[in-house]
Structures are given as C-alpha cells and as structure tokens.
Design a protein around this ligand. Structure first.
Ligand code: UT7
Length: 332
C-alpha cells in the first residue's frame, strides 16, 4: 500500500505492431474500393494485421514489456495490469495470459472492455487505484485484434481497422499528480450504431429448459452516425477537461485522439482551434486499432522525441457503447 492521496505519474510507454501489412491496393483486390476512396475519406494508407502466430496476449505483452523497459521497472514490481481490449483471446479475459508472459506474478490483472474508448477508460480506472493508495505501479495496456471480427467482404468497415497494442506505466507519486482531469460518458441509446454482437441459436437441454449457443457476428457500424457523434462529443469532452483543470486549448502541446478517421481529427482540431501540427496522427500506417490507437500514437511520438517531459497531452477516445471520454495528462 502507498499513502492515500498519492498522485499519478506516467513513467514509461511501449507499443507493439502486428507483423503483416495490408495496403489499400491489397484491399481493392478484395472488395469494390480504391486507394483514392480510402485515402480521401479516412486518411488510412495501410494497416498492420496479426497472423495465426500472433495472439492478442502476445501483442499486449510486448507493448507492456517495452513500457517496463522504458521505465526500467522490474515486472515483479507491478501491482496491477489493466488490459483494455474488446478482442481477447479468451472470453474469460486475456490479462492473466499477459501477466504470465510478462512474469509479473505479483500483479492482479483484469480485462476492461470499452472498445475504442478502452484506453482512456483504463487509464482513468488505474488512476483511481493509485489515488486511493491501493496500488503503486500499474501497467495500462490498450490492445485489439479487430481483424478477427471484421467482415472482409464489407467495404464499409473492412478498410478501416488494423491490429496493435500500446501501453503506459503509471506510478504513484508523492510530489505530483499529472492526471489533471478526466471525463467519461456512455450513451447506450446509440448502442446499435456500432456492434460486434453475439448471436445464438436455441438449444434445448431437456423438455422445458432452453439456452442459446452461438458466436459473435462481424462488426456492424453506422459510419455516418458514429462520425456525427464523434465530431460533436469529442470537442465538447475536451473542453470539459480543460475547464476542470483551468487550462486553455492553447496550453495543449499534443492532442492525441482515437485514430478512427483523419477527417474526424481535422474537424475536432478546427473546432478547438488546435493547429494540425499539434495533433498526432499515425492513422496512415495503422488504420483504426481500437483500444490500441491512442497509446500507439503516444508511444511513437515519445520515441520520436516529440513528446517531452512536462508536455500537456489531451487524450480522447470514442466508439462503441457509444462511449467517449478525455483525459488531460502532464507527461513525465
Ligand atoms: O473506432 C470506431 C469509431 N468509428 C468511427 O469513427 C467511424 C466513423 N465514420 C467514418 O469514419 C465514416 O463514416 C466512414 C469512413 C466509415 C465512411 O465515410 P463516409 O464519408 O461517411 O461515407 P458514407 O458511408 O457516407 O458512404 C459514401 C459512399 C456510399 O456510396 P453511395 O451510397 O454514395 O453511392 C458508400 O457505399 O461511399 C461508399 N463506400 C465506399 N466506396 C468505396 C463506402 N465504403 C466504401 C469503400 N470504398 N470502402
């Protein structure tokens, strides 16, 4: 246990990308689409996809390993691992496998499902454990392998998604609290806009007892509706966290949005009057990697030396639920 009232610091980040590259050109051989359509409507040029040999847990563990190495922290020092994912290898959760792969025997580990908002939800959940004094070192991983659940014959969704993982390591601090503000929302009335639904067939056990057994159906999405939702709600929630922290948009060094569509990122930037050069984008290379997209973009910018200690980051995730949220984080 650490002292009650501890603050939150990020002490490392990591990422892992999937091994095979699928270009827009490749996709145009599979469905009626073109590089030009995908590029102009989304800003995506290619995406990285897992193979049979790469599990979600392996990808997540690699991102975690990198974050531990960046922070020079022994896996045994971890108290908690939160794995934000909607595509676990095992419906009972994949965090246990990640714990084992990392050799973090002391850490309790659990999955958190909030689709593309998963990383922001997991980050803020982790912060609560630190602030209450329950845990000191927490690994937060966002990882998804949506390629398993995409309908590869549906051009309206299959061009969007990729696989990946990203992680940050949070540590309790007595000197500072670098999570300046957060705000999370869900609007379940829009739930049907984005789903990966279970569909079961009735199965009779004995005369009057019936259950269902089945499988998950591929991703279905009302793209226009989700687009409208994101462009309205994301700027609003970022303004709310800025207000909570008594900051201005001009204080933001880096805006790191869920990487769903370049047009969404441009629209949010315009609405908040944040110049394009302060908005991180790696969508061109990875597509929409769901819970992985924010930490993947974040880690890339840290390793490129763009994000420096003391920088103010505004993170915002949005997606299925429909859920959305934002966090204002001082780096380092
Ligand atoms: O992380 C989860 C969050 N998800 C999102 O943020 C997704 C948000 N939505 C979007 O990013 C966009 O709505 C899409 C990229 C999914 C679609 O872009 P859009 O500009 O909203 O296109 P649309 O759905 O309005 O479709 C325009 C046209 C349609 O043809 P008609 O009806 O105008 O003849 C589509 O059939 O584009 C057609 N279309 C395509 N054409 C070529 C749809 N997908 C494709 C495609 N290639 N891949």
């Amino acid at each position: 246990m650490t002292s009650v009232g501890a603050g939150v610091r990020v002490i490392g980040s990591g990422a892992a990308t999937a091994p095979q590259c699928l270009t827009n050109e490749d996709l145009s051989q599979m469905v009626d689409t073109s590089d030009e359509w995908i590029w102009t409507r989304t800003g995506i040029g290619q995406r990285q996809l897992c193979t049979e040999e790469t599990s979600l847990a392996m990808l997540a563990a690699e991102a975690g390993r990198q974050a531990l190495s960046a922070a020079q922290l022994d896996p045994q020092a971890l108290d908690l691992i939160i794995l934000a994912t909607s595509t676990p290898d095992d419906l009972f959760g994949s965090a246990g496998q990640v714990q084992q792969l990392l050799g973090a025997e002391r850490a309790v580990a659990f999955d958190l499902t909030a689709a593309c908002s998963g990383f922001v939800f997991a980050l803020t959940t982790a912060a609560q454990f630190i602030r209450t004094g329950a845990y000191r070192n927490i690994l937060v991983i966002g990882a998804d392998v949506l390629s398993r659940w995409v309908d590869w014959s549906d051009r309206s969704t299959c061009v969007l998604f990729g696989d990946g993982a990203g992680a940050v390591l949070l540590q309790a601090s007595d000197e500072t609290d670098n999570l300046l503000a957060f705000d999370l929302y869900t609007n379940g009335s829009l739930n049907s806009c984005l789903n990966l639904p279970y569909q079961g067939q009735p199965k009779t056990l004995i005369a009057d007892k019936q259950v269902t057994q089945g499988n998950y159906q591929p991703i279905s999405m009302n793209g226009r509706e989700v687009y409208r939702f994101a462009v309205a709600r994301v700027p609003e929630v970022i303004e709310k966290v800025l207000f909570q922290a008594q900051c201005q948009t001009s204080d933001i060094d880096w805006l790191i949005l869920h990487q769903a569509n370049q047009r969404i990122m441009d629209a949010v930037g315009e609405r908040l009057k944040i110049p394009a050069e302060r908005i991180l984008s790696n969508l061109a290379h990875y597509g929409n990697t769901s819970a992985a997209s924010i930490p993947l973009a974040l880690d890339e910018a840290v390793r490129q030396g763009k994000i420096k200690p003391g920088d103010l980051l505004a993170l915002s995730g949005f997606g299925a639920g429909l859920s959305w949220g934002a966090a204002l984080l001082r780096w380092g």
